[in-house]
Design a protein around this ligand. Structure first.
Ligand SMILES: C[S@@+](CC[C@H](N)C(=O)[O-])C[C@H]1O[C@@H](n2cnc3c(N)ncnc32)[C@H](O)[C@@H]1O
Length: 242
């Protein structure tokens, strides 16, 4: 099964232990600002940021194709304040037009083909108010992610520790394929993932083609400028021109 860690309830329940609160979450929370706004997170998963924004008083909608992730988010603290919807970045359709749409937790990297990226960017722009922002991040392909991804961890789950191991299978072109092995008490579960690492110049091309203007590109969560050779992240603040 592809990306079982989003689709299987017993693995989705571990997601917030694996990907907890960090600087990137603070960056997005600050973006929503102090005035209550209607914001949209795409690829929200369990909605770590979406729930924090709802807690801060914003009206938040979260979209994700994985029902197990949406269910985990609904049951988590402040989950009852978020509107959760099943859908993909390429195909979701809402009446609302948003001041801020964002994709975080590197969710943008699940878009593997040029066609998926083009469809998602066009669909997201359709859902922005004039002058509205689409903000997202993707890992800079200049780094040796095939080595960085190879790691082990132990997740302290309620039912006992869960050892986890990430194994990279290959890196080809802009894609990296890896497996995540979870040693649950009930036996091993393996989640297969492929992510795309789009270079910054190519990303800029996709965004211009889709009609966005680019307000900023950061290389880290402290908003330092992007450096193609050394930055870990490509953090893009794109705008739907008014
Ligand atoms: C790494 S998780 C990020 C979750 C959340 N944004 C966070 O920051 O914790 C990636 C999410 O993207 C979702 N996803 C997969 N394919 C997608 C698509 N085509 N459109 C939108 N989201 C997708 C997955 O189900 C998963 O919940």
């Amino acid at each position: 099964m592809a990306d079982a860690h989003y689709e299987l309830p017993e693995l989705a329940a571990l997601y917030d232990l694996e990907s907890g609160w960090s600087d990137d979450r603070d960056f997005y929370l600050a973006l929503a600002g102090d005035e209550p706004r209607h914001v949209l997170e795409i690829g929200c998963g369990t909605g770590l940021v979406a729930r924090a924004m709802a807690r801060a008083g914003h009206r938040v909608t979260g979209i994700d194709p994985a029902m197990a992730m949406l269910d985990a988010g609904r049951q988590a603290p402040f989950g009852d304040r978020v509107t959760w919807l099943a859908g993909t970045a390429q195909d979701f359709s809402l009446e609302d037009r948003f001041h801020l749409v964002f994709m975080t937790g590197h969710a943008f990297q699940v878009l593997l083909s040029d066609d998926d990226i083009r469809k998602a960017l066009a669909n997201i722009r359709r859902h922005l108010q004039p002058g509205g922002s689409f903000v997202f991040e993707t890992r800079n392909p200049a780094l040796a992610w095939e080595r960085i991804f190879e790691k082990r961890a132990t997740l302290a789950a309620g039912e006992g520790d869960v050892p986890v191991e990430w194994r990279v299978l290959w890196r080809r072109g802009e894609l990296i394929r890896f497996d995540t092995h979870y040693r649950l008490a009930a036996g091993e579960r393996v989640s297969e993932s492929t992510l795309r690492f789009v270079p910054s110049d190519r990303l800029g091309h996709f965004l211009h083609e889709a009609g966005y203007s680019i307000r900023a590109v950061h290389g880290d969560w402290d908003t330092s400028p992007f450096d193609a050779a050394t930055s870990r992240e490509i953090i893009v603040h794109a705008v739907n021109p008014a």
